[in-house]
Write a protein that binds this ligand. Sequence first.
Ligand code: SF4
Length: 336
Amino acid sequence: MEKKRILTGDRPTGKLHIGHYFGSLKKRVELQESGEYDPYILIADVQALTDNFNNPEKVRKNVREVAMDYLSVGIDPKKTTIYIQSMIPEIAELTVFYSNLVTIARLERNPTVKTEIAQKKELFGESVTYGFLGYPVSQAGDITAFEGQIIPVGEDQLPLIEQCREIVRKFNHIYGDVLVEPEAVLSSGKRIKGLDGNEKMGKSLGNAIYLSDSEEEITKKVMSAVTDPNRIKKDDLGNPDICMVAYYHNLFSKEEDVKKICEECKAGKRGCVVCKRQLAQNIIEELRPIREKRAYYESHPEEVEQILKEGTKKAQEVAKQTMKKVKQAMKLDYFE
Ligand code: SF4
């Protein structure tokens, strides 16, 4: 039986952090190792340019960084195809074709786009670019070019997949049954709060621990994490429910240790500095194999380059086949 193609990806706008690790990367490795799927991971540099069009150097640099993050968490290029979006011109072609099948009003109603536009007010002001508003259309190109069947997403991304499904249905209705309609699957990964308690972890918020952070950087960041603000002295009774250090102990420490930490905190028998040092050590240990693997790839950039080249070449072949079918269906197959 043919394996179902599963598509995921990231915008290369920065290195990946532990929010990505718990939110999607762990799950991708799990799916890859199950052997049940044909995983494709897209490094979405064109999409990254929709809100970084004035900073192409940043996007270019982060394509390599994100690739190294993938490899260091266990994405295996022998099992998973890793490729660069801009190297697949068929995606851009599909985006143009699909733009006739979507109204501006429908894009403006897309809840994910609405939220993201609100978050980008500083960049766009009152005038959102055509490219940003239309990125769900280009995402439909990303998915359909590779006949993606399963798309693991967080809840906030569901409207994007729904929009893609609408485009597929409309295309197939007009031109014939060519495109594969993808199915969104809620990725069961955890959404991790920032060290400052913010619901989101991100570079611009300065509250993230990166997979590539050194031991010193991890320790420094953990020492600045938000704790129970009512605790001044060690013997003050604490509340671990409002402490980010306790929150992270839940992710990185053994269950019996977490229980002890919370009990001691509540009883005023635990100092925050000790508590933070213990957490930093646990994070350092958990991320050690990732860091070591990453260090290897950092000193072997030619291997990363080769992996990206091979993955992209494979993806190009798949996209070419899809485009052939699309152009035939749209009567655009001149000179063939
Ligand atoms: Fe948080 Fe630990 Fe301090 Fe309690 S002792 S407030 S859990 S850092």
